[in-house]
Design a protein around this ligand. Structure first.
Ligand code: MN
Length: 229
């Protein structure tokens, strides 16, 4: 039986669903309007948090700044509850883009609300189209879960190219997590929980590469952890 992967709804689901399927998982879109987090987690083997709108800064003790874009508090609250429920139930968690940010905020971290205005001189992290266009390099920490999953891609060193469609990023990392990839300008591009169950977040969009499969090992590692849980 393929493990059931709960996927949070977003505007561009098909690539997430296809990435999960190609890694051997059975994706199931969860509906925040109809389901309670603890019940949802009881029916899935792992949680995939998808991309989307900005996280409400009041959730990490910050006042909204001028460059903050659309927020969806209902989605924030549901996904934060899902992160807590998944961690309690020891379900693997994989957060992508906003998903990484939600994991970080749910577990006590903070965010940069807008990279261009808060980090002058930073690289361009908003390269919307095509979705798999390469925006910048990342440097991956040797010895991390992320490094082991991307071993093949990192064969010639610790750097690789990624796409980028975010204007927010992690400021203070949640306790118990470590940064395992950064962009050359210092923007955090991945975090993971060093111990215990699988909990990985990436700031780029590996789901947009399912046709070429270059980030499939990330989904395979996640699905495998869900199978074993
Ligand atoms: Mn980026």
């Amino acid at each position: 039986m393929a493990p059931i992967i709960g996927v949070t709804p977003c505007r561009s689901l098909p690539d997430y669903l296809e990435s999960v399927r190609r890694a051997g998982g059975d994706p199931r879109v969860v509906d925040p309007a109809q389901e309670k987090a603890a019940e949802v987690v009881g029916s899935i083997d792992g949680l995939l948090l998808t991309g989307g709108t900005d996280v409400d800064p009041t959730l990490y003790g910050d006042a909204p700044r001028a460059m903050l874009l659309e927020v969806n508090r209902e989605r924030d609250d549901f996904e934060i509850a899902m992160v807590h429920a998944a961690r309690t139930a020891k379900r693997p968690v994989f957060g992508i883009c906003r998903g990484l940010q939600i994991v970080n905020v749910a577990l006590g971290g903070t965010l940069i609300q807008d990279i261009p205005s808060e980090m002058p001189g930073s690289l361009e992290h908003s390269v919307p189209t095509p979705q798999n266009s390469i925006a910048h390099e990342i440097w991956v920490t040797k010895g991390s879960l992320l490094y082991s999953l991307m071993q093949e891609k990192l064969a010639e060193g610790d750097a690789c190219n990624v796409n980028s469609r975010h204007h927010q990023s992690i400021k203070r990392v949640a306790a118990g997590f470590e940064v395992t990839a950064t962009a050359p300008d210092g923007v955090i591009e991945a975090i993971e929980c060093g111990r215990g169950s699988f909990c990985l977040g990436v700031q780029w969009h590996p789901e947009n590469f399912w046709r070429t499969g270059e980030f499939r090992p990330l989904f395979e590692g996640f699905v495998e952890a869900c199978q074993k849980r």
